[in-house]
Design a binder for this molecule. Structure first.
Ligand SMILES: Nc1nc2c(ncn2[C@@H]2O[C@H](COP(=O)(O)OP(=O)(O)O)[C@@H](O)[C@H]2O)c(=O)[nH]1
Ligand SMILES: [Mg+2]
Length: 242
């Protein structure tokens, strides 16, 4: 039961081939004390992720399920999730996270508590107390380098610019037209961060321990990684030219 004064939180997960994670992760989110609801936006995963979540949603009004038509994309699903939140003002805050336990639900209360007077809280590997485990040293090094580079390009003091584990208030996303965004894939993370910095939203960071995914495969490839590094440069030049 959500009390009258408790904030209403929606936890949003974009999914593609996460069948083995869904029951457990949704269960853990629903059992948190801050009583969040869940929104899953799936791109017709061939492994049946959609059917699993649809079944849960049929029996539990706290779980919302959206199946997207083609074309698929992490960024396209992200844009739909943020727009869904804008169209549901009964929710005060949205938490976006991966559905693979690399973003563990146990950190959600920390994100909520860290909000204070900010508009956004980033679940951060590089905030004091944060970290990552289970990934090869080379991948960790790339993350560190990418984040230093992005903080310079995006002109922000945010330490974890590539984290897709974030909390937003309605105010944070107010006035943003996601249909004008360019990202089809994971560059949505930096495209939105760039926009929030430009709009002078207050951004806090809360430590998380990033763990290697529990089940299934990452959709991140070298090609996507390279695109993620070039994309912010393109945004910066576009801004300069306008
Ligand atoms: N709806 C949707 N979700 C996606 C797509 N690609 C990845 N995801 C989800 O986005 C989240 C992040 O993707 P993941 O493969 O974990 O990337 P990584 O964390 O960078 O390795 C996960 O919950 C994925 O299931 C997609 O094309 N469509
Ligand atoms: Mg992941």
């Amino acid at each position: 039961m959500v009390t009258k004064f408790q904030k209403r939180i929606i936890v949003f997960m974009p999914t593609y081939n996460e069948a083995g994670n869904m029951e457990k992760i949704i269960g853990e989110i629903l059992s948190l004390e801050c009583k969040p609801d869940v929104l899953v936006i799936d791109d017709q995963s061939p492994d049946g992720t959609g059917q699993i979540v649809e079944k849960i949603a049929e029996h539990d009004p706290r779980v919302h399920f959206v199946s997207r038509p083609a074309p698929r994309g992490r960024g396209l699903a992200g844009r739909d999730g943020f727009t869904w939140f804008q169209n549901h003002p009964e929710y005060d805050e949205l938490v976006e996270m991966d559905a693979d336990f690399s973003h563990h639900p146990r950190f959600i209360p920390g994100l909520v508590a860290a909000l204070c007077d900010s508009d956004v809280v980033i679940g951060s590997r590089f905030a004091p107390g944060g970290g990552e485990t289970g990934r090869p040293f080379s991948r960790q090094l790339i993350s560190k380098f990418a984040n230093k580079y992005l903080s310079i390009i995006l002109k922000t003091s945010v330490k974890d610019c590539t984290s897709g584990y974030r909390l937003f208030t309605q105010k944070a996303l107010a006035g943003i037209d996601f249909s004008k965004y360019e990202s089809v894939g994971p560059t949505i993370v930096t495209e939105l961060l760039f926009d929030l910095v430009r709009r002078k939203r207050k951004i806090a960071e809360s430590p998380i321990l990033f763990e290697e995914r529990a089940w299934g495969d990452s959709k991140l490839s070298w090609k996507i990684l390279l695109r993620s590094l070039i994309f912010p440069l393109k945004m910066r030049f576009k801004k300069l030219l306008s």
